[in-house]
Design a protein around this ligand. Structure first.
Ligand code: GLN
Length: 483
């Protein structure tokens, strides 16, 4: 097969800001070049669901005006960004990849997007994703799948497939995605980019169309670890609009990046290197671990004994919360309404039946079942208890190690169509990512090699609650040792 090479030398956030400040380039020209790139590349990739040229060029002109006056530029000045279509921007569409939100325009802007814009970023458009972020391949989007920039016959991963592919193909310098069970880390791994799952509570969920509220998180995709740290620093922080957002101060995530790994203790959980792991993924991850050891880290085997319960636990909790969150889409207040209904209840039923796709309906049914009287204790309550045990596994491990290393996904990007008829095999694509989601800890995926077919492979680095700086420091070392 032929593997297309994704763009290898993307612009960095620091370069963009300094070239605009020095007058060498203009934010406007950078935005125009991004739209040209989207026109050239996106017909094959389909990462964008909508673009907003006029609005983006206005934002870029504001940056050019500041530069012309010689004023100091904000940290993301002129950086072209794309936003997963589950995050709202006032006046713009937000489909969540669903037909049920077709035509709906958001009344307010998500906090994470507001913060990007306040830091000078230029929002190019909204990015494709699995419907309501449910999926691991982007094939559940009502608007068609995204294609992996490295191999167009393969999936980009999901659910934030558009966010990962846009960065990999140079159609944005940074993007926002969301991760409930792996939706930032797994597509980052499949598309050869960096993707961060911040600690639960680190980044506001205000303006995020909810899937599973106790698990949903917003985080960045970029081409480099340094850029990811920069964007995380911009979007993190307390937000009175999100009751679960943490008041802890936000450190400078770039400060410790170059400290190296000498003296750090890194844990390798045996449960993540068992049956089902692709040999090429294993080889790339083990090579990275060896490199970190040579760079001075102590590598320690650890155990996370409840890991094997993570997938069933996740699919009980996530579907239960989704069934409640998605009750609001009833044909009355948002987007799509079935035309052929003649009573109120048939309008609700028809709108939901025609508006939601198959996977979303499957999850609403699973979640409703798990929450019904008589089953609640057996499923939802039990899953919450197992969630606690999984969290304790991590707390115990982090008493002994600074960060944990695992593969991000069991395989490189699979073929489009390969798993669509087998939900369980699709759910297993999240086997290494759902544990951190349930435990609320932070994680990221950083590229650590390629398969023999040239497909990217990601290393997952997990950190303690609110210890993003530590995992970023390890990731920076992994990245430096790659080149
Ligand atoms: N693939 C997982 C799911 O389908 C995770 C999705 C996500 O993180 N949003 O639920």
């Amino acid at each position: 097969m032929t593997v297309e090479t994704a763009e290898t030398k993307p612009l960095s956030i620091g370069d963009i800001r300094s070239s605009i400040a020095s007058g060498e380039s203009k934010a406007n020209a950078i935005a125009e070049a991004s739209f040209e790139k989207i026109e050239a590349r996106d017909p094959q990739i389909h990462a964008y669901l909508s673009v907003n040229r006029e609005r983006a060029l206005e934002q870029a002109s504001r940056i050019d005006d500041l530069a012309a006056k010689g004023e100091s530029l904000p940290v993301l000045a002129g950086v072209p960004v794309g936003i997963k279509d589950v995050l709202t921007i006032e006046g713009l569409p937000a489909t969540a990849g669903s037909k049920i939100l077709e035509g709906w325009r958001a009344p307010y802007t998500a906090t994470a997007v507001q913060k990007l814009e306040a830091a000078g970023a230029v929002v190019l458009g909204k990015l494709n994703c699995d419907e309501f972020a449910m999926g691991s391949s982007n094939e559940n989007s009502a608007y068609g799948p995204v294609h992996n920039p490295y191999a167009l016959d393969r999936v980009p991963g999901g659910s934030s497939g558009g966010s990962a592919a846009a960065v990999a193909a140079g159609m944005a310098v940074a993007t926002l995605g969301t991760d409930t069970g792996g939706s930032i880390r797994q597509p980052a791994s499949f598309c050869g980019v960096v993707g961060i799952l911040p600690t639960y509570g680190r980044v506001s969920r205000y303006g995020l169309i909810a899937f599973a509220s106790s698990l949903d998180r917003v985080g960045p995709f970029t081409a480099s670890v340094r850029d990811a740290a920069t964007v995380l620093g911009v979007i993190a922080g307390h937000d009175p609009q999100d009751a679960t957002s943490s008041p802890l101060p936000v450190p400078d995530y770039t400060a410790d990046l170059d400290k190296g790994v000498a003296g750090l203790k890194l844990g390798i959980p045996s449960e993540y290197f068992a049956e089902g792991l692709d040999p090429e993924v294993r080889a790339a991850v083990e090579r990275s671990i060896d490199q970190l050891r040579s760079a001075g880290a102590t590598v320690k085997p650890i155990s996370l004994p409840h890991s094997r319960y993570a997938i069933p636990t996740y699919y009980v909790i996530a579907t239960a919360e989704a069934s409640a969150n998605l009750a609001r889409f009833d044909g009355v207040r948002y987007g799509f309404r079935a035309k052929d209904a003649n009573t109120l209840s048939s309008m609700y039923r028809r709108s939901r039946d025609l508006g939601f796709g198959a996977e979303v309906k499957r999850r609403i049914m699973l979640g409703t079942y798990a929450l019904s009287a008589g089953y609640y204790d057996a499923y939802y309550k039990k899953a919450q208890q197992v969630r606690r045990l999984l969290t304790e596994d991590f707390l115990k491990a982090f008493a002994e190690v600074d960060a944990i290393l695992t593969p991000t996904a069991p395989t490189p990007a699979f073929k489009l169509g390969e798993k669509v008829d087998d939900p369980v095999s699709m759910y297993l694509a999240d086997i290494y990512t759902v544990t951190a989601s349930l435990a609320g800890i932070c994680g990221l995926s950083v590229p650590c090699g390629k398969s023999s077919e040239g497909l990217p492979i990601g290393l997952q680095i997990l950190g303690k609650h609110f210890d993003e700086a530590m995992m970023l420091r390890v990731a920076q070392t992994v990245e430096a040792l790659q080149s």
